[in-house]
Design a protein around this ligand. Structure first.
Ligand code: DNO
Length: 356
């Protein structure tokens, strides 16, 4: 297992490389060019710049997270081929600096969704929160306006160009079914996986977050059966998963350790975090500790360890601690993610010791 940490880039993240350097065990930064709109071909000079910055701190840049898929590809519009071509161009450029894994998602319109970014918790910290009944009543545009009022950074999946077109996007998805989305995903994979194989880049799809339909939009990477179906669309090792325990964990019936054991040879990137799911379906993000949430993180780590997992891992969202919500990106502060790493590595080290 190779431990990594998400970094939003120079001048775009208060959690700077020198801070990340002080967290034990981090081998690489998970990065992206966050200002590139879906469908744009990434400039090679900028890619090389990131490599240089990471090299200075001895971090690898093996994993890129959020090479976003253009909406026309998900919708299966005639313009999709043009955007698939630019996607492939970006893959080729990333391969030249040694990128080995690309994490992406295939969620219509939105990436991850919450109803509150700073929900106060009992210990005085605050965290991302999802209130099921709220999402049923609220208009998506209203929700976005409400959430983005409190943040002055662009969050992945909530880029301005995506938000500007929100009403248009919803119109495009009317009468659109989950089966349409499966067809369009298959089409996309059939084009990009042979390229990924040639470049030896592992493609890792991120599960839908939360793992159920929202705003009437279909979501398909949500449970074991659908993951099985996804992997068989193109049965090639380069077509794999970014297994996110928090996203799948939003639905209590997902048995994540057992999902990890079943698909371990196709998991290339592990997002590990915890969520507490309430009886009414609401959920809040918690510390990584097993007893704080509904996902048994110890069993998750055991499942990876027993499967001989050699892929990349990162702690995922943390709560906002000690006032850091004033400066950090929602879910991506320093403190809880750093503590999360220590917890994950503590479990891992013990599992390694047990082998001796
Ligand atoms: C949330 C992230 C996701 C992920 C994308 C990948 O914090 O895990 O936004 O980066 O879905 O495309």
């Amino acid at each position: 297992m190779k431990m990594t940490f998400r970094w939003y880039g120079k001048d775009n993240d208060e959690v700077t490389l020198d801070k990340i350097k002080q967290i034990p065990g981090v081998e690489g930064v998970v990065w992206s060019l966050h200002d590139m709109a879906a469908g744009e071909s990434w400039p090679i000079e900028r890619i090389k710049e990131v490599k240089k910055q990471a090299d200075e701190y001895g971090f690898n840049i093996d994993v890129v997270e959020s090479v976003n898929v253009h909406e026309d590809i998900k919708l299966g519009l005639p313009t999709r081929d043009k955007y698939i071509e630019t996607y492939i161009e970006t893959m080729e450029k990333l391969a030249t600096v040694g990128v080995k894994c690309i994490c992406y998602n295939f969620m219509p319109v939105f990436d991850w969704t919450r109803t509150e970014l700073y929900k106060k918790t009992e210990d005085g910290s605050n965290a991302l929160f999802f209130e099921k009944s709220k999402i049923e009543d609220i208009d998506p545009v209203e929700l976005i306006n409400k959430l983005s009022k409190n943040v002055d950074v662009t969050m992945p999946g909530w880029e301005p160009e995506r938000l500007e077109k929100i009403e248009e996007s919803f119109k495009a998805y009317s009468d659109f079914t989950a089966e349409d989305l499966w067809d369009n995903l298959k089409y996309f994979l059939e084009k990009i996986i042979p390229v990924a194989e040639r470049l030896d880049i592992k493609m890792a799809i991120h599960p839908d977050d939360p793992a159920f339909d929202i705003f009437g939009l279909p979501r398909i990477i949500i449970n074991r059966d659908n993951i099985r179906r996804f992997l068989s669309l193109v049965d090639n090792k380069h077509n794999g998963l970014a297994l996110c325990t928090g996203s799948l964990g939003s639905v209590i019936t997902n048995d994540i350790p057992s999902i990890i054991r079943e698909f371990s040879d196709r998991i290339h990137f592990a997002h590990v975090r915890n969520v507490k799911v309430f009886e009414n379906g609401d959920f809040i993000e918690t510390s990584h500790r097993a007893c704080d949430g509904s996902v048994d993180i110890v069993e998750v780590m055991r499942a990876y360890h027993e499967s001989g997992y050699e892929g990349y891992m990162r702690p995922d969202h943390g709560r906002h601690l000690w006032g850091e919500e004033k400066w950090c990106r929602p879910g991506y502060g320093l403190y809880d993610r750093a503590m999360g790493i220590m917890y994950l590595l503590g479990i891992w080290d013990q599992l390694e010791k047990n082998k001796e």
